[in-house]
Design a protein around this ligand. Structure first.
Ligand SMILES: Cc1ncc(COP(=O)(O)O)c(C=O)c1O
Length: 293
């Protein structure tokens, strides 16, 4: 059942050599294609890996050039072409995802018919959109499911696979950090939190405000000066790093936020800790807590 998704001729040749060295007879391969013809469907994508010049996948002509390496007895030895893979973009809504999947499946079937390949599988990738500005607006899985079911009927000989990422996991993680300081500069309020973009680089990378909730602490203030706080005012939440890019959310109105309160950043279950520059300034790492539902 293992499948290798291969993105270049070099990778194909390396895979063939590794399989031969290991004495493996058959290796099932899906070639990853970058389809310029699907480019029109990707207009709304947050991030495009294909549909235009890109290091991801093979151009359609390069796929055709690789076919001799995948025919039985060909130069690719144990490699066997099972199908086509494409992951062209992230951040598409359900109708756009279905349109992209249709473009990939149609292209794969024509390729198969043109060369008599008998392709049986098409993996249409992930990229189901998530909306950081509106965490309650979720990807419409029902519309997507109906569209994919129709597509599967149109391509009855093909197994269609998907590989969703963030739309499944992003809502399952929270990043909680403590407010260390609150200050004003030029009339604007800033709250400095213990963590920062070295723990959750997502807002800096994607240039958005990470959605959050304030968790008001109930600990009494034990210092002999007034507790720094903001009330009914927009506040920018920043980390402790020595860069103005260490911003988690900008000018967000809050009813109340005080030093010692905690801020729980939502949508931290995908591309959060894993894409962050953990060792910038060598600050401590956060703790990880896994909850059973
Ligand atoms: C090949 C491939 N498949 C699937 C995904 C998942 O994408 P997403 O999290 O947008 O669903 C990615 C993410 O970059 C990817 O590179």
């Amino acid at each position: 059942m293992e499948r290798f998704h291969v993105e270049s001729e070099q990778e194909l040749r390396l895979l063939a050599g590794a399989a031969e060295d290991a004495g493996i007879d058959t290796v099932d391969v899906l070639l990853r294609v970058n389809l310029p013809s699907a480019g029109d469907e990707l207009g709304g994508a947050a991030l495009a890996m294909g549909g235009r010049p890109s290091p991801f996948g093979l151009d359609p002509e390069a796929v055709e050039r690789c076919l001799p390496l995948l025919s039985p007895g060909g130069a690719g030895g144990p490699l066997r072409l099972r199908g086509i893979h494409a992951h062209l973009a992230s951040g598409l809504d359900a109708p756009a995802q279905v349109a992209v999947a249709a473009a990939i499946a149609d292209w794969a079937r024509k390729l198969s018919e043109r060369h008599g390949l008998g392709i049986t599988e098409v993996n249409v990738g992930g990229g189901m959109g998530v909306d950081y500005a509106h965490p309650d607006r979720r990807f419409d899985w029902a519309v997507y499911g109906r569209g994919m079911a129709d597509l599967a009927l149109r391509h009855s000989g093909l197994t269609l696979r998907i590989e969703p990422g963030r739309a499944l996991t992003v809502y399952c993680g929270w990043y909680v950090t403590e407010v260390l300081d609150i200050k004003h500069s030029g009339g604007e309020a800033f709250a400095v939190v213990r963590g920062g973009t070295h723990h959750i680089r997502t807002p800096a990378t994607k240039q958005h405000d990470q959605p959050f909730q304030v968790l008001l602490g109930d600990k009494a203030w034990a210092r002999p000066w007034a507790r720094p706080a903001v009330r009914d005012e927009p506040v920018t939440l920043v980390g402790q790093l020595c860069t103005p890019k260490d911003v988690l959310a900008g000018r967000i109105p809050v009813a109340e936020l005080r030093v010692g309160d905690r801020v729980a950043f939502a949508m931290a279950g995908a591309y959060a800790w894993n894409i962050s520059h953990h060792d910038f300034l060598m600050h401590p790492r956060p703790g990880f807590h896994y909850l059973d539902a």
